[in-house]
Design a protein around this ligand. Structure first.
Ligand code: ATP
Ligand code: MG
Ligand code: MG
Ligand code: MG
Length: 375
């Protein structure tokens, strides 16, 4: 029997649509001769629904929207292993007697051998889904609970990177409670520590959502307010001008393989914002046209960053390269990087001769390997 892969996508985060674009490529890439695939879309409220679509014929494009009225499924451990269950549709939330024949019965949709959570941001990339999968005993692609939680939280990630001695941009933190008590005091404190421009970011988001470039007190105030709409912690960073953005792909468990960095060249936007990432044509240069020693520094830092947060499976490590001072700074790590046709992770591997289908196959193999070790 072929191993059965559960592909999870959509989800509660503001990166729901990005996840649908990533998942389409993953569903297209999983080899049907090796694996059976079952596709579950998570709604914006967190309900798991069975997706009726088959294997997409092309990698590009999105998936049908996750239906708000689709049938609810769940994953449970049973006497015969982890199974996907279809819940009776007409059970009232909170109904005590779920086995009442009139209310239908739970239907066993079969065993699940491995999960590929193709989810970005909160409730997907942050350890929560990973915790659910671990607790029901389903091996999964990517970082474990602790590594995911550290990597997704820019404040914790920066602490861990600093402890590993990785070079980073100067930053500070604003907490919602302090901001609500004394916004003027917080603004004055930040202005005493960092010069404009600065970037404001919610601590736990992705796809540049909630990120602003601020050039004066009023835009800083607006940037903090906006980011506080996503998280109770906001990161304020010194803004780097004239910077080049390099990103390395990493895959593997104990001895990960690291690509040469690719470069994102965004001519229109003032930074690599959401529109530049997904709505406008973006230029990806793989590998980046930078000196060899810059490539080597990126690879070296990527390996250290991966190890520092305890990542497994895959990650993308993002850098700032300042050509004038010849500095490479680590910006962040993403443990479920975008896998859309516009994303950097697939082409940095293609540039080294690893086709997308081969890459996805390896990720599933690394997940099985990691679960066998921990057993
Ligand atoms: P991802 O989609 O990669 O997960 P993210 O939402 O986690 O993104 P960052 O990668 O931290 O956010 O920042 C998004 C973009 O904002 C960067 O790619 C860069 O263009 C710009 N940016 C962020 N921080 C800075 C900075 N300190 N100086 C200059 N530009 C920055
Ligand atoms: Mg990120
Ligand atoms: Mg991200
Ligand atoms: Mg980034």
């Amino acid at each position: 029997d072929k191993p059965r892969v559960l592909v999870l996508f959509g989800g509660r985060s503001s990166e729901h649509e990005v996840s649908c674009l990533s998942a389409r490529g993953v569903l297209w890439a999983i080899d049907p001769d090796i694996y059976d695939v079952v596709s579950v879309g998570i709604t914006r409220t967190g309900r798991w629904t069975l997706m009726p679509h088959g294997v997409p014929r092309t990698r590009e494009g999105t998936l049908p929207a996750v239906p708000e009225d689709g049938e609810t499924v769940t994953l449970v451990q049973t006497r015969v292993g982890p199974r996907l269950m279809l819940l009776p549709d007409d059970v009232d939330a909170g109904a005590a007697d779920v086995v009442d024949a009139d209310r239908g019965r739970t239907v066993d949709l079969g065993g699940i051998d491995i999960c590929f959570p193709v989810l970005h941001g909160p409730y997907g990339e942050d350890g929560t889904i990973q915790g659910l999968l671990a607790s029901v005993g389903v091996p999964y692609v990517g970082a474990d609970v602790a590594a995911s939680a550290i990597a997704v939280d820019k404040r914790q990630m920066k602490h861990v990177f600093a402890a590993a001695g990785l070079p980073q941009v100067a930053h500070d933190v604003v907490r919602r409670a302090d901001w609500e008590r004394d916004p003027e005091g917080e603004l004055a404190r930040i202005e005493g520590l960092l010069e404009y421009p600065v970037f404001t970011k919610p601590a736990r988001q992705g796809s540049s959502i909630g990120i602003s470039r601020c050039t004066d007190t009023e835009s800083l105030r607006a940037g903090v307010e906006d980011a506080l709409g996503y998280d109770r912690v906001v990161i304020i960073e010194r803004g780097l001008d004239g910077v080049r953005e390099l990103e390395c792909g990493v895959v593997g468990n104990d001895d990960p393989v690291i690509t040469a960095p690719g470069e994102t060249i965004h001519t229109g936007a003032s930074f690599y914002d959401f529109d530049a990432k997904y709505l406008e044509p973006v230029k990806l240069q793989c590998p980046a046209d930078v000196p060899d020693d810059v490539i080597e520094r990126c690879r070296d830092y990527a390996a250290q960053a991966y190890d520092a947060v305890g990542a497994r499976g895959l990650a993308r490590v993002d850098f700032f390269y300042l050509p004038d001072s010849d500095e490479v700074l680590v910006n962040e790590i993403n443990t479920i990087p975008g896998l859309t046709p516009q994303s950097m992770f697939p082409p940095v591997w293609e540039a080294q001769g690893v086709a997308f289908r081969v890459l996805i196959d390896r990720l599933l193999a690394y997940a099985m390997e990691a679960s066998e070790e921990s057993a």
